[in-house]
Design a protein around this ligand. Sequence first.
Ligand code: ADP
Ligand code: MG
Length: 255
Amino acid sequence: RTTAPPELTVTDVTVRFAGLTALDAVSFTVAPGSVHALIGPNGAGKSTCFNVLSGLCRPATGTVRLGDADLTRLAPHRIAALGMARTFQNIVTTQGTVADNLMLGRHALSRSGFAAGALRLPHARREQRQHLDRAREIAELTGLAQHFDQPVALLSYGDRKRVEFARALCLEPSVLLLDEPVAGMNAAERARTVEVVHTVRAELGLSVVLVEHDMGLVMRLADEVTVLDFGRRIAHGTPDEVRSDPEVLRAYLGT
Ligand code: ADP
Ligand code: MG
């Protein structure tokens, strides 16, 4: 990437579910190239916020902007095409090889349609080769190079979770939404994931929005933190500022 990713701005977003206010006028900004963590107790509204960002949930009021583009009422595939890719907390692929899974991510970017590819037209073959080269580069960045041609079913849980991460990167996003990327991982896998997020961010220059329960991980990865509680933003700042905020301690300790 030669240019910085656009700024992501969430302004006064409110989401209601049958009488329950899941998000209450929440605002935050993700600076270009930064890692922004969304934290808060269970039910705070973190997943709802991710669903708004990726277009799966439409807010009652408020806006989401990525640079000059207003994403607020766009369909999920349009939002993805504008540069926002996400991973899901509980989806781990078990089908095909690592290469197959990464090429699935590349297909969304393909210019010459499936028909041309199936007919093996020369330009489609060239494009396919370029996609495969790029998929291999992304596998290298995410520590999956040695598994590139292996079935994902044979990989460890941590590696399989990273396949999801790599597949999202194959969309060449400017903003990557990571939903609990280390959930279910052991300590070594967690450390590896932290390393990979740092590498990817440095090499690809993208912004990251992270929902994560592991506070240690948030402290090691995030530049800025937004804390939600009962749908409201109760604190915002650097990890150190947020960690010592009395309201945050109260929300987490329930006192
Ligand atoms: P978090 O991810 O921080 O744990 P969620 O965003 O999942 O919180 O949920 C916020 C609140 O909204 C919770 O009270 C939850 O029960 C409620 N909620 C989330 N999704 C729905 C839905 N589709 N229908 C009704 N209530 C929902
Ligand atoms: Mg959640």
